[in-house]
Design a protein around this ligand. Structure first.
Ligand code: PRP
Ligand code: URA
Length: 210
């Protein structure tokens, strides 16, 4: 499945602001939400629509309405939560599941600590949300958790703001059916598993826990 690199000028401009170490918590939060909304606009491009009759003040006409499967937004905690804020404004009827996951600082292996999904997950299109795709371990584990709860692989799109080539390679070879949307594929991971140039620790910058 191809990786969608969202190189729209507005997204790229906002990603640069997000990378800047001088950007404080308030602006960082706003930017994450704005970029996520712009990314969701692209990721929802292929959602099916149906014809519906609508009465305007002038006459009756046929308009389009979202059809097909309903959507679930699934942020990987903590940092994925910030992306929900932007997308739920565009798609307010989406249900929201949560996966709590953190990386062990030494091994970089993901540790799952929470999972709560909509009961009808199997019938939904899923936007899995995490600003960062580094080694890919968290995304792969999160997809495993979704599959355990009935999600269909072909219904999952993974949206991340910044990714490393290592994470793209790991995720796409593990789950080639999952479509990846990212605003940037950066250079590489450093010896601590951080994306270079990246934006630092997304969760800490978003929540102000540095
Ligand atoms: C960050 C990020 C991803 C993960 C990516 O979360 O938000 O979930 O790292 O790294 P990976 O691709 O190597 O798995 P972190 O573990 O820092 O947890 P936090 O969001 O609670 O800070
Ligand atoms: N998680 C982050 O928040 N940032 C990175 O660069 C890598 C993993």
């Amino acid at each position: 499945m191809p990786v969608h690199i969202l190189n729209h000028p507005l997204i790229q401009h906002k990603i640069t602001l997000l990378r800047d170490k001088r950007t404080g918590t308030k602006d960082f939060r706003e930017l994450v939400a704005e970029i996520a909304a712009l990314m969701a606009y692209e990721a929802s491009r292929d959602l099916p629509v149906e014809d519906i009759e609508v009465q305007t003040p002038i006459c009756t006409t046929i308009g389009k309405t979202l059809g097909g499967k309903k959507l679930a937004l699934v942020p990987i905690l903590r940092a994925g939560l910030g992306m929900v804020a932007g997308i739920e404004r565009l798609i307010p009827a989406a249900k929201i599941g949560h996966i709590g996951m953190y990386r062990n600082e030494k091994t970089l292996e993901p540790v799952e600590y929470f999972c709560k999904m909509p009961a009808d997950l199997a019938e939904r299109e899923i936007f899995l949300l995490d600003p960062m795709l580094a080694t890919g371990g968290s995304a792969i584990a999160a997809i495993g958790a979704l599959l355990k709860r009935g999600a269909k692989l072909g219904s999952i799109k993974f949206l991340c703001l910044v990714s490393a080539p290592e994470g793209i390679e790991a995720l796409s070879s593990h789950y080639p059916e999952v479509r990846i949307y990212t605003a940037s594929i950066d250079q590489h991971l450093n010896e601590h598993g951080y994306i270079v140039p990246g934006l630092g620790d997304a969760g800490d910058r978003f929540f102000g826990t540095i």
